[in-house]
Design a protein around this ligand. Structure first.
Ligand SMILES: [Zn+2]
Ligand SMILES: [Zn+2]
Length: 261
């Protein structure tokens, strides 16, 4: 099997209007979308984002009858500890091929809309990574940690040294993931749209040094034009770290595939 993009959104996510067909017309590879699940607190005055699983499953089944690609089912779980039971209840009995784990907000505000002029990065990183540690510890069912740098996207020019200062907690996060066979995602949108490739270079090295060998490369596309965004650059970065294979998930089972040339 060849490697395929494992993080993308369609109109089944509220922040995307893209159709499956537009992705399918670009590729003969398997296609998996990972639609948002996010619960919000009353403080946030936002509606919970709950995927329409039945509608989604019916659409995937219909497309599988028409296209040769092999469509799979995915979800991006926006984790908060407060919502852990609601998340588990939602997932119970549903057969997703792939579950991504994301930390999008802290129950008070989203990390993309953070007022980074007022909160020093160092303090923010302590909070963000402690939420991430809590997430990986409480969500062993997840297959992949998505965009580990999501909480940094609101800050410009994050220096490597600023991340290196958090190596102790990152080590705990990665050790937990490795124990649970959870993959580290190279999110090419973060790497090349938010200019965080240097932070990924560091994270790959640390995760690998700790014994991790589950990697995914994903675009986080919200429109078909971003499908497999700059994959060859991300593959080259992995090659530099002597990584030779990637993982894909079907029915929550990891399968190794060769790193594409
Ligand atoms: Zn996300
Ligand atoms: Zn996403």
């Amino acid at each position: 099997m060849r490697y395929y993009d494992q993080h993308l959104h369609t109109y089944f996510s509220p922040d995307s209007r893209e159709t499956f067909e537009n992705y399918l017309n670009l590729t003969d590879l398997p296609l998996i979308s990972t639609e948002h699940l996010d619960f919000f607190s009353p403080l946030q005055r936002a509606d919970d984002v709950i995927p329409d699983y039945d509608g989604y499953s019916a659409k995937v089944e219909e497309l599988n009858a028409t296209y040769d690609n092999c469509l799979l089912k995915g979800i991006e779980v926006g984790f908060t500890y407060a919502d852990r039971h609601r998340i588990e209840e939602f997932l119970a009995g549903k057969d997703y091929d792939l579950k991504l784990l994301s930390i999008h907000h802290n129950g008070r505000h989203g990390f993309m809309t953070l007022n980074h002029d007022q909160k020093p990065l160092d303090i923010h990183l302590d909070e963000y990574f402690s939420l991430m540690l809590e997430a990986v510890q409480a969500a062993p069912y997840a297959n992949v940690l998505a965009h580990f740098d999501f909480g940094l996207r609101g800050y410009d020019d994050v220096q490597l040294q600023e991340l290196e200062r958090k190596e102790a907690i990152l080590t705990k996060i990665f050790r937990t993931m490795i124990r649970q066979d959870q993959a580290l995602e190279l999110n090419t949108r973060s790497m090349y749209r938010y200019d965080n490739a240097h932070l990924y270079d560091y994270a790959i090295g640390l995760y690998k040094q700790l014994g991790g060998n589950y990697f995914t490369v994903s675009s986080d596309a919200h429109r078909a034009s971003d499908y497999q965004l700059r994959f060859s650059d991300a593959f080259n970065m992995l090659r530099k770290h002597n990584v030779k294979q990637l993982v894909t998930f079907q029915n929550s089972e990891a399968n190794f595939v060769a790193l594409p040339n």
